[in-house]
Design a protein around this ligand. Sequence first.
Ligand code: PLP
Length: 441
Amino acid sequence: MSDQETKKPESKVDDSAYSMETHLIYGKNVSKKWDYSHHVVPPVSNSVIFRLDSVERGAEGFADFANMESLQEDSQPIYIYDRLGEPNKDLLEENLAYVEKGEMAVTFATGMGAISGILCVLTKTGNEIISHKTLYGCTLSLLNNWYPRYNIKNVQTDLKNADNIDLLVNDNTRVIYFETPSNPNLDIIDITAIRKKVDEFNKVRPEEKRVYIVVDNTFATPYCQRPLELGADFVVHSLTKGIGGFGTDMGGVVIGPKRFQDMLLIVRKDFGAVLNTKSAWTILTYGLPTLHLRISRQMENAKKIAEYLSGHSKVEFVNYPGLPSTENYEIAKRQMSDFNGNFAPGSLIYFALKGENIVETREHGRLLMNYAAKNAYTMTLAVSLGHTRTLIEHPASMTHSLIPAEKLLDYGIDPGGIRIAVGLENIDDLLFDLEKCLQII
Ligand SMILES: *Cc1c(COP(=O)(O)O)cnc(C)c1O
């Protein structure tokens, strides 16, 4: 197809003047990736294989795969087999790269697929990763249970203080890995401060020994924070959470510099954590276009809940990046902002119940959870986050239940800590249910 794509409406509109909110609705809805210019909603591609007109076309397709240099900016991809690439994922990736202000995005089957994908590209045996002491449970398991088998070492520290890296970085270090806000306790890590450190280390390192910063931005979503603008090299997301937004599909993505796209595509092809077309379509059609509406409403609710909890007699402390009493509030204010520059502290809250000792506080958490599960209409006892419904969980007796009580604090988990992933409900209903729950302990 060399003659005329000029027919496509895309070329007629200069969309640079429009806001991100609008962009997420329209996206690149007419894309060079797929010619469906008369559809308003992109169709779902339900084909694993693609017909090749000739062996020459097949050869060209294989030569183009994971070879960005051979693909011109506006040439149409030759699709061969879903695991290598297909239109629904490509369309979603264009929009995800755009919303995170990155050069490229590669999607994966899940958030864990994306995390293991980028770490697989950046490390090899003998290397080391420095990570924050508090991490999503499966990331922790990946780094501490699996990577040692491949002789890749994970060194955990408190990255809230960037100086802690100084003593840990060595010749083998390749990655600084963290979540901000972190799961589940909402630690805030200063991305720019870590960038400054890493720039210093990299000054004296050859290209192949560079240290890269990978930030898991799942909690904030790009609506509240764009880590690449703040100095991260790569952003990873679980699309299963706030970006997907409805709890219907799993997905993951890595966003970062163009020169890593080929390697990520090859990792995805060979390890096989491919996002399925229907999930890509759901996230593209429902998740991204409603992101700003959902997260801004959740955030409005979260602010009120955080304020209510911080004045409550049964509550020891509240971590919410929008509360001035939260550690690193000033950093949160600097790095978390919506598309229009307003402070956007997100929709997750972590608070701890009071108790005489760790055993009692853990028990209080358990009691409150079980009471809520039976009696609170607007609070669903479940893992995950970024849903239309408010989801609550008690990490000490659920996601982190395998960690002994006395060790929980080493991982930043309070025995009585409760995570609320705020949904879209009416705020009065949420406060009504919370009060009822807190009364029972
Ligand atoms: C859920 C989650 C993941 C993993 O994502 P999946 O899609 O469940 O694989 C990674 N990081 C964070 C912060 C998460 O909340």
